[in-house]
Design a protein around this ligand. Structure first.
Ligand SMILES: NC(=O)c1ccc[n+]([C@@H]2O[C@H](COP(=O)([O-])OP(=O)(O)OC[C@H]3O[C@@H](n4cnc5c(N)ncnc54)[C@H](OP(=O)(O)O)[C@@H]3O)[C@@H](O)[C@H]2O)c1
Length: 336
């Protein structure tokens, strides 16, 4: 038998996620790769999908989108990416239902893990690095960022935020990191001493951002929070600037007078890795995956693991993933 995480109704993930047993997967068909997973990450988006699910308990939905593991078998005549062969370590994304001991993956979602990349990093090798790559590309498409312009990101202590900081340092991008607490700011300063950090718990945080920016254009802000924080970011942007929203954490909507957009010619954009899958050319996706692998090798130390749990401790794992102040991604090891 094989164990898999599913949900049948929406609500608190700790309450509605369950582990079921099902028959082991059959042999892979052409186009498929059978993977025995070793770890999978609990991403905020995985949990938001569970919370928002409108189902009424009748249909079972498999959870998760990313996992790492070892190739068990490849369907006959299946074209695979370099390095994908029986016994090879791979990461799979996108795969709806990745939180399972066994995955029957579409071959094009299976990526070989470079030598020297640990299972802990491999389990986070695609979603977050691809998000960082995509955000940097979008930011650069909308403003000059370097000596002559500054990029700002909120939730900078998040797993994505730390990768984006590492990517910005590698590309000489002038970045201002914004976090909500002084504790989080101190953690980031230790990690990236050359990147300024501002905490929104300080009443004068907007003025502190302006001081740090020092008169240079603040052309782009990256924000996965939304709500009133996003409104403050629009206020900070220079005329012509762009706010790129890539998550919704705040419960309240972004609400602003149209004149804020009009008088400064501001742009609001949304981005998700889901649209990356549907809207990005296959060539671009392949080059983004290659970039994600490079990030996994070059910035290993930014792939912190907040905690690792077995499937029997699933509720504890998802509660940990939602805990304020955690640093890193929670992993599940499905055979522990
Ligand atoms: N669009 C996409 O395709 C995409 C892809 C990946 C991730 N994301 C989004 O990116 C964000 C980060 O993901 P992750 O996996 O890196 O998350 P993570 O490591 O779990 O970190 C979550 C971060 O959000 C901060 N936070 C939570 N609630 C907040 C609030 N009300 N106000 C300000 N900050 C708050 C936390 O700050 P503390 O440290 O203070 O707790 C923490 O830094 C999530 O919103 C996620 O949904 C989007």
């Amino acid at each position: 038998m094989s164990r898999r995480v599913v949900y049948t109704r929406g609500g608190s993930p700790a309450d509605v996620l369950t582990v079921i047993e099902e028959p082991e997967q059959a042999a892979p068909q052409t186009g498929q790769v059978l993977v025995r997973t070793t770890a999978f990450p609990v991403h905020p988006g995985d949990l938001q999908a569970v919370e928002a699910y409108p189902g009424n308990g009748e249909e079972s939905v498999p959870a998760g989108v990313e996992a790492t593991g070892v190739v068990e078998a490849i369907g006959p005549g299946t074209p695979v990416a370099p390095g994908v062969e029986p016994g090879a370590r791979v990461t799979v994304f996108p795969h709806p239902g990745a939180w399972s001991q066994w995955i029957m993956a579409a071959a094009r979602a299976v990526v070989a893990v470079p030598a020297g990349v640990s299972d802990e990093v491999a389990a986070q090798m695609l979603v977050n690095p691809i998000t960082a790559v995509m955000l940097r590309r979008e930011a650069e498409a909308h403003a000059s960022i370097g000596y002559d312009g500054v990029l700002l990101q909120t939730a900078a202590g998040s797993s994505v935020g730390r990768l984006l900081t590492a990517v910005s340092l590698a590309h000489d991008i002038s970045l201002v990191n914004v976090v909500r607490s002084e504790r989080g700011a101190a953690e980031l300063r230790d990690r990236f001493p050359d990147v300024p950090v501002v905490a929104t718990e300080d009443a004068g945080w907007s003025d502190e951002v302006r001081r740090v920016v020092g008169g240079r254009p603040l052309g782009v802000a990256l924000d996965p929070i939304g709500g009133t924080l996003a409104e403050s970011l629009l206020d900070l942007l220079t005329p012509g600037g762009t706010l790129i929203c890539y998550g919704q954490t705040a419960p309240e909507p972004i609400s602003l007078p149209a004149s804020t957009l009009l008088h400064k010619s501001l742009t609001l954009r949304g981005m998700t890795v889901g649209r990356w899958m549907s809207d990005t050319s296959l060539d671009r996706q392949a080059s983004d995956v290659a970039a994600a692998k490079l990030i996994a090798m070059a910035a290993k130390e930014q792939f912190d693991v907040a905690g690792a749990y077995g499937l029997d401790d699933l509720a504890e794992a998802v509660q940990h993933a939602q805990r304020p102040g955690k640093v890193g991604t929670v992993l599940i090891r499905p055979w522990d």
